[in-house]
Structure formats: structure tokens, C-alpha cells
Write a protein that binds this ligand. Structure first.
Ligand code: ZN
Length: 351
């Protein structure tokens, strides 16, 4: 039975990536595989060359995000921009259809990511000032979001918080017509949560913790980048869909018993019951990265990455009627953005 380090690591990453709190960790006694080059000469990326899409200057790291995460993701973005998945891979037609992109070049994939991800926040949302915009009274009312303890977030890799914040604002607007939507302060600027594509993502400690990396001996390895790319694209997919089609956020479903699902995930919200959700997106991107890895990955790296891939594939499960539909990925229109520059701030009424 395939029950490798990689699978164990992935359980933590992806389960917690969507706010469900994983607990399994890679054992510290695991041997580090010796690096063995594969396909010498392939897979090189010149990270000094200009790229078609500038993710580095698009992404905004909040001051509550660690320097390790900033430096690591900045390096990952440079690789995403330059890693051309159109050759040396299956040039996956299904992935292109799912993402609705013409090709799998680094520029195209970066543009797809850029449309969904921008602001990188701490997993503890209570660190941030949050306001409720009320254009009728030209005010914004401060409010507070629930916090998360270090223990709660220990295994969190990333969370696409923007969609949840948008949904929360939408429900507030439905209950209280004077409310337009939420705003969240990031580095002294207000980010408007008037659409689901507001770009707010939370980064957790697991994203760069050696216990959760396929290659713990070399944090800068491509294998580690590949897993984070899987996570980033998985999370970005949560910014798609709409309420009318009941696909808003591509929310996960409860994992059924059997079907290759590890017992700890049965009845957990850690599966997709559709053919174009986050686990499929992440898995297909990761598969291309594995194929393209070349001598950038050791055999050990590749084995672990393949385990990650197989785990994601196993999380895609048919519905009880045997169907595995494609969901409507069209985003909602959202709400008109309000100019709050002359609005008055009303302090939080909470003690
Ligand atoms: Zn997810």
C-alpha cells in the first residue's frame, strides 16, 4: 500500500489549506534521499530573464507575514512566471479547459493566478482592522473578525480567505441593507471585498515548515516550489464559481468512506465531488511540474511529489449517483466599489 512520507505531508497541507486543521506531520527520522539527477540538461530556468507577467510587483505581503514566506514565495513566483508547461509535459488539454486558458506558458498561468491572488495575510484575521462600508451614511463601521491561535494555524499552508470574506459581507448585506460590503486593512491601505476576486489569501506556517516540505534539506528546491504551486493554484480555484450555479468558492465536500480515502479524512471537508475543483487543478499543475522537473528534482523528490499528486487525485470522488460534474467557474459580478476616501470611521462597538 502506498503510504509514503509525501502522502502524510500532503494530508496536512491540503486539509489545513482549507481551514480544516490537519495534524499528521512528517516524522523527523525520515531519511533524506540522496539527490540523483534525472534527464540531465532539462528543466533549467533562467530566473534572471524578464518575464511576461510581473507577479513580484503585483503581490502584496502584509507586515504580519514572515520574511521566510516573503522570500520563498517571491522565488516561487519568479519560477511560475518562467516555467513553460507547454513542452516537456502532456501539455494537458483538460487543464487548459478547466482553467479556461489558451496555453500553459508561465505567462498565461501567472496571469490566471494574478487575477485571483494578491494580498498575502497572516492566518490570524483578528490582527487586521475590518470595516463595514455604508455608503448611505458615508461611514464605515469598524468590526472584528474571529482570531485563530498558533495551535489552530500550526498546520495551515494557505487559505483563500477572500471568497469567505466576500460571502460574509454578502450575508451581512442581505441582513442589513445599509451595509455595502467589507473592507480589510492591509499595510495601511483598505482592500475592498466587493467581489470574490479581491485577492486576499492567508499564508500559514506550514507553507515553509521543513516538516511539510518534500525536500527538507534544501528549502529552495524545485520540489518544494512545486508543492507550493500546487497549493497556490488549489487555493486560487476557491476564488471561482457563483451562487446561482451553487459553485461559489468550489467548496469542498465530505470525504466518503472507502474510495482510497485515508480514514482520518472520512467525513471531513477535504474532498471534491466535481471534475474541475481545487484538487483537480492542483493535481494537474503538479503533474506537469513533475514531468518538467528534469534534473531540478532528485529521484527522492520526484517520488514524494508523485505521492502528493496521487493523494490529490484520490480526493476527487464521484457523487452518490456516480456522476462527477464540471461546475460553473464563472465568478459573480459582486458589488459596485464605493469611494470611501471622504467617509467617516465609526469605531467598533465591541468592548
Ligand atoms: Zn481547498
Amino acid at each position: 500500500m502506498l503510504k509514503t512520507v509525501g502522502v502524510s505531508v500532503l494530508f496536512s497541507l491540503h486539509l489545513s489549506a482549507c481551514g480544516d486543521g490537519g495534524s499528521s506531520k512528517k516524522g523527523s527520522s525520515q531519511p533524506v534521499p540522496a539527490p540523483v539527477p534525472l534527464n540531465p540538461g532539462s528543466g533549467h530556468i533562467d530566473e534572471t530573464q524578464p518575464a511576461a507577467v510581473d507577479l513580484k510587483n503585483h503581490m502584496v505581503f502584509d507586515r504580519h507575514v514572515s520574511e521566510t514566506a516573503k522570500a520563498g514565495l517571491t522565488r516561487d513566483f519568479a519560477r511560475i512566471e518562467r516555467f513553460d508547461l507547454t513542452s516537456g509535459t502532456d501539455n494537458d488539454a483538460v487543464l487548459k479547459a478547466i482553467l479556461d486558458v489558451p496555453d500553459l506558458s508561465g505567462g498565461t498561468l501567472s496571469t490566471w493566478l494574478k487575477a485571483r491572488v494578491r494580498y498575502m495575510l497572516n492566518p490570524d484575521l483578528s490582527l487586521y482592522r475590518v470595516g463595514l462600508v455604508m455608503s448611505g451614511s458615508r461611514t464605515y463601521q469598524m468590526t472584528q473578525l474571529e482570531g485563530a491561535s498558533e495551535e489552530d494555524t500550526r498546520n495551515v499552508a494557505a487559505v483563500m480567505a477572500g471568497t469567505a470574506l466576500y460571502s460574509y459581507g454578502k450575508s451581512m448585506r442581505a441582513r442589513f441593507p445599509q451595509i455595502n460590503y467589507l473592507i480589510v486593512e492591509v499595510n495601511d491601505n483598505w482592500v475592498h471585498i466587493n467581489t470574490q476576486r479581491n485577492g486576499v489569501m492567508q499564508l500559514g506556517p506550514a507553507l515553509f515548515h521543513p516538516d511539510f516540505m518534500p525536500n527538507a534539506s534544501n528549502p529552495e528546491s524545485y520540489a518544494n516550489t512545486a508543492v507550493r504551486v500546487d497549493t497556490l493554484f488549489h487555493e486560487a480555484r476557491h476564488a471561482d464559481g457563483n451562487s446561482v450555479s451553487r459553485s461559489l468558492g468550489f467548496m469542498h465536500t465530505l470525504c466518503p468512506r472507502g474510495a482510497g480515502i485515508a480514514p482520518e479524512f472520512v467525513n471531513q471537508l477535504a474532498c471534491d465531488d466535481n471534475a474541475n475543483g481545487p484538487y483537480t487543478v492542483g493535481a494537474r499543475i503538479l503533474k506537469a511540474y513533475i514531468q518538467k522537473c528534469g534534473d531540478l528534482c532528485s529521484i527522492g523528490d520526484k517520488t514524494i511529489l508523485e505521492s502528493f499528486y496521487l493523494d490529490s487525485v484520490s480526493r476527487v470522488v464521484k457523487r452518490s449517483n456516480g456522476q462527477l460534474p464540471n461546475l460553473d467557474a464563472t465568478p459573480e459580478k459582486g458589488f459596485d466599489k464605493v469611494d470611501i476616501s471622504a467617509f467617516s470611521l465609526i469605531p467598533s462597538q465591541r468592548p
